[in-house]
Ligand binder design. Sequence first.
Ligand SMILES: O=C1O[C@H](COP(=O)(O)O)[C@@H](O)[C@H](O)[C@H]1O
Length: 229
Amino acid sequence: MEGNQSVNIVEYADREMAAIDVANMLAGALKSCLLRQDRVSLAVPGGTTPGPIFDTLSAVDLDWHRVHVLPTDERWVPQDDARSNGGLIRARLLTGRAAAATYVPLYAVAERPEDAFAELEAKLETELPISVLLLGMGADMHTASLFPGVAGLERALAPDAPILAALRPDTVPEPRVTLSARVLNGALAKHLVIFGADKRAALERAMDLPPLDAPIRAVMDEMTVHWAE
Ligand SMILES: O=C1O[C@H](COP(=O)(O)O)[C@@H](O)[C@H](O)[C@H]1O
């Protein structure tokens, strides 16, 4: 891959194989953290990609009651809305064996995300650093809800950014809340899952662009990328 960051890409024969392998890899990473820590945190994306990974991961036999699960970002909609990342995570990951895990939301009932930040950040503080991070990416090179060219992005990418940022991209129907790049980069194990030739090409383009134009670039250090066509 071009650019001045080296990227470790694991390629899979197809998406089904990728989902199974990524789920098993996450389970292995969690088990290894659980050997060293009483409690571990797992941050996962929403959107269309991770559902099948969650289906496999939720059935893995591990000490789920010591795992805290949080979204990498949230859409500012009620948790029972079809677009809610938390809704997806609860329905597809926090089920089966993984139902014993604790969910840490990035959403609270408030009109504006910023009105809930004090409450949400107080709970998130105790989950950091993230033990195991899985990120997704859009073909526009956004990751979590760090969207290119949106007001507030520069602050969310800053080394001294707060835990949470609210962004309002005009390409999506609702305000977004996202873990900042500082928090994502602080994760002890970092993985990115992308499917499709368009996202692979976007990631390659991103490596030659500044993070304000390609936010994924801001979190690529020591990242393992999992890709299937
Ligand atoms: O809006 C979002 O987009 C990204 C990518 O989603 P996908 O549907 O292309 O997989 C996702 O990682 C993020 O969590 C989500 O809020």
